[in-house]
Design a binder for this molecule. Sequence first.
Ligand SMILES: [Zn+2]
Length: 206
Amino acid sequence: MADLMTLREAAVILDADLVTLVHIIEVGDTVPTPPVAKDFKDIVFAPDDIEPFRAELRRRRFEAFKAEYADLYAEDTGPGARHLEFGPGWEGILREFCDGLRDFQAAGYRTRLRWGKEKFGALRLFTDCADEIAAYVGERRGIAYGKSLRTCQECGELARLRFGHSICLTLCDRHKHLVGEPDPERDGIILDVDAWSRQQREGERG
Ligand SMILES: [Zn+2]
């Protein structure tokens, strides 16, 4: 088996960082053909594994989206640049949101998507738009936020917010292992961290 390669060698060929490759393997849908070692330093790839990983990396970089929505989104560059910093399962929500922005553009209003991120298991999108439509765009951002809390950020299946002891993410049954052991004090109890925080503050005020 002389042609097997280490994780590090695969990362160089794929031009990807180790953390991203380890994450893809932990998600479990794209894995190397040789049995996956417990310690990631011992993970090996066969030559045929490179192409599926390349495709998965393209999906995670939203390359198809970027090509199709170049009129609305140009990736930030330079120091401190922000990107589309969330999982590929939310691409459908992202496209729907941008289709909405296109409607505003078609009506003659300036609007663009700047960047987006996952925080507390929810999708937050950042836009530039004309003042006249800011409230409408804000409403669409809220819709995208709400949908993200019901959509697995890895695969797009029906999901809910999962609380581990050190992380919370919106995941389906098949991917809930990514938060580790559920935290019984919060898992299944807090389903929207922002809404929960607001309730806590209102409770304190009486
Ligand atoms: Zn999933």
